[in-house]
Design a protein around this ligand. Structure first.
Ligand SMILES: [Zn+2]
Length: 278
């Protein structure tokens, strides 16, 4: 099985007081006593422990293109170190003029997708226009999968929650799926609950063209949540993602066991079809 959602951070950016901590979203999310950071080796060890084969790895959704570049360099170096075990994504800021060049540079370094993008962290408009539109159109042309952060409009507050809620996503996704029909877009964290509206036929139709990952759901939902999404959308729409190192893969056991069939039978094909691998 593949873990589709793991964050890496270069060692020099993990030190409190480093440039990473000047990014307001990063420092808000890592303000606890013992913030968790991962190297490629940490991810591979965690995969071994959980009995998983491969992981999608990427840096942090920094706003600053310089920090993004450093994180992308590190992702690429860890991907080449661990070969097949790690699948590397580039993180870019859609509102930055340097994104197209960075995307091309990352492709040259062996990265194969984009994510995790985060409109609150990076300050881009969550609408089908400007930088986000060009970036996503470019990803469609490159046949690159994209991972976008999403969050719940209700429920408890927590650092990192943000405002990429189903209502805002809907306004982005309707024109997006018209204009970029081949784009393979996964909404993280069960799409902030967007699939729960799939009793509405038009929402169901839209959701069936997207993917949703399970990242952080043990913090958010009771174990039946994934089963409900699968029942509403059919198979192959939910990808396994852990949000490691925030949560280890083993923390998802209760959620995966709440399914009626083994998780590998339905998560694996979904993750592979999102990534575009056989
Ligand atoms: Zn996220």
């Amino acid at each position: 099985m593949i873990d589709g959602h793991c964050h890496l951070l270069p060692p020099h950016l993990r030190v409190p007081g480093s440039a990473a901590w000047r990014d307001p979203w990063f420092s808000a999310c890592h303000g606890g006593e013992r913030p968790r950071f991962a190297s490629g080796e940490d991810v591979v060890k965690a995969l071994d422990q959980a009995g998983l084969e491969r992981a999608v790895v990427f840096g942090w959704p920094f706003a600053d293109p310089g920090l993004l570049r450093e994180a992308n360099d590190y992702t690429a170096s860890e991907v080449s170190r661990y070969g097949r075990r790690l699948i590397g994504f580039a993180t870019v800021n859609p509102s930055s003029a340097t994104s197209p060049a960075e995307l091309q540079r990352c492709q040259g370094m062996g990265l194969v997708g984009v994510g995790e993008l985060n409109c609150d962290a990076q300050g881009f408009a969550l609408t089908w226009e400007g930088g986000l539109r060009s970036l996503l159109k470019r990803c469609e042309e490159m046949n690159w999968p994209v991972l976008l952060h999403a969050s719940e409009p209700v429920g408890h507050a927590y650092s990192g929650k943000g405002t990429a809620t189903p209502g805002r996503l809907w306004r982005l996704l309707e024109p997006l799926l018209q204009a970029a029909p081949e784009l393979r877009l996964c909404l993280a964290h069960l799409g902030g609950g967007l699939p729960f509206y799939a009793h509405m036929p038009e929402v169901k139709e839209l959701c069936q063209r997207l993917w949703f990952d399970t990242a952080a759901i043990p913090f958010l939902y009771t174990p039946g949540a994934v089963r409900v999404v699968r029942e509403l959308l059919g198979p192959d729409r939910v990808c396994f993602g852990s949000d490691f190192p925030l949560l280890a893969q083993g923390r998802y056991r209760a959620h995966l066991e709440a399914m009626t069939e083994p998780a590998s039978q339905w998560l694996e094909p979904a993750t592979k079809s999102w990534l575009g691998i056989g």
